[in-house]
Design a binder for this molecule. Sequence first.
Ligand SMILES: [Zn+2]
Length: 236
Amino acid sequence: MRVLVLTGAGVSAESGIPTFRGKDGYWRNLDPTKLATPEAFARDPQLVWDWYRERRQRIRNARPNAAHEAIARLAHQTEEFLLVTQNVDDLHARVGVAAEKMVQIHGDIFVTRCSRCEFERHEYEQEHEHGLPRCPDCHALLRPSVVWFGEQLSRNELERVEDFLGGGPCEIVIVAGTTATFGYIIDWALRASRDGAQLIEVNPEETPLSRFATQQVREPAAIALPRIVDEVITLG
Ligand SMILES: [Zn+2]
């Protein structure tokens, strides 16, 4: 069986990681959709770093939920599987989804990279740094390796999604916890399900993708996904 899963902020929100949208996402009264931009970083890199360091710490303290576990189970039990997540946290990885079966299309919050050259490093541990980190190679400012609003998606990661989509039709496509506001999420879901796949949307609210779904599940992902994965595994 060939399965594509797309996840968004709703799945992490159920682990207590605030989404960018709505009141909960605000930080020091600032709108995250304005902080997560190259313009904000150019204007006030310290502010942007303070925010990201807090987010990193919050994610380190968070635990994967039943949705993450269900998706990992599906990844293990399916021959051809890809998870494309918009989430920059490590909650999918922590329950054992292998790196080669996962694309973090908006980057990885625990990677710090140079804003100028190719330098990058992982930040596994709690950070004690508070100032502005600089590149050991070229001395330019380091930044979190996430895709900010207005920036291009990584060409490498896009290619990995394209390779999977080009590898044949899917039987099952699951889209969970994303508002599907980015056109590419809808595009991938539709292309993966083009040959009659089941397109299952899991979201408490209606989204632009809903009208294309063969099954709409209006429940939180942590409630719905364990059940859906059981059904899919039985089918396969
Ligand atoms: Zn550099």
